[in-house]
Each structure stands twice: as structure tokens, then as C-alpha cells.
Design a protein around this ligand. Structure first.
Ligand code: 5GP
Ligand code: ZN
Length: 124
């Protein structure tokens, strides 16, 4: 499937995952968001939550994205729990968004890392 909408970057790895051109292990999907297990998990639970619209990083987020970002944030505890993170406060999870090269970002499509589960973790 080819999507020529301006919200889609055909060269972007995560846009290709959204388009199912590259397989992934789905955690959640709706009209606006996709969540899938990280291919190289740091923790017993480690998945990525992404907007289907191609936004390169947090550095491109504006007030125009406020409602979308609010809905994305509100999904985090629901999906963390569904994916196996144990209840707060004994359990919990870590939410990370790397931004830009110095922020440690490798894939230039906005994503939240959600990590949780019993420690020790591989990293973090
Ligand atoms: P970043 O370093 O940009 O914050 O995170 C990118 C994340 O995407 C990394 O944790 C990496 O393991 C994950 N990743 C990279 N390529 C793929 C892929 O093809 N499939 C999946 N499921 N995860 C990927
Ligand atoms: Zn993209």
C-alpha cells in the first residue's frame, strides 16, 4: 500500500511499520496510534507507542498537536498495564522519548518507549 498523504514519509521505518510493509508485534492500534514491541527490548516489557501521522520527533511538536499528544499520553498507563507492567507503586513503568542525535534518537518518527516489569533490566 502506498500512502501519499503529507503525514506519511515513505522512507521512514516506523511509517513502513504502520503501513505493515515491515512486520511488527502489535500491542495496540486505533485510527491515530500504533503500539508495538521493541525489537531489542531493554526490559521485560518494552514497547513503542507512535502516532500514525509522521512527526519526526518531540522537537516538531507544536500547540497544534496538543490534543493528539494528550490522547497519546493518556494511552500510556492503559497500554502499560495491558502489556504486563505491574500496578503502581510497586510496579510501574518508565516513559522515554529520545529527541535528536544528542537526545539519543535513532528512528526519526516520534515514539514513546514504555518499559516495565521486574528488575534487573538490560539497560536503564
Ligand atoms: P530510539 O533510539 O530512536 O529512541 O529508539 C528506536 C527504537 O526502535 C530502538 O529501541 C530499536 O530497538 C527499535 N527498533 C528499530 N528498528 C525496529 C524494527 O524494525 N522493529 C521494531 N519492533 N523495533 C525497532
Ligand atoms: Zn514516519
Amino acid at each position: 500500500m502506498t500512502d501519499h498523504s503529507p503525514n506519511h514519509d515513505p522512507t521512514c521505518l516506523f511509517c513502513k511499520i504502520i503501513a505493515k510493509q515491515i512486520p511488527s508485534r502489535r500491542v495496540y492500534e486505533d485510527e491515530e496510534f500504533y503500539a508495538f514491541h521493541d525489537i531489542a527490548p531493554w526490559a521485560p516489557v518494552h514497547f513503542l507507542l507512535i502516532p500514525k501521522a509522521h512527526i519526526a520527533s518531540m522537537a516538531q511538536v507544536t500547540q497544534g498537536h496538543a490534543a493528539l499528544m494528550g490522547r497519546m499520553m493518556a494511552l500510556v498507563p492503559v497500554l502499560a498495564s495491558q502489556a504486563g507492567c505491574r500496578p503502581y507503586p510497586e510496579g510501574g513503568f518508565r516513559l522515554v522519548t529520545n529527541t535528536g542525535a544528542e537526545g539519543g534518537q535513532e528512528v526519526r518518527h516520534l515514539h514513546f518507549h514504555i518499559m516495565g516489569g521486574p528488575r534487573p533490566w538490560l539497560r536503564g
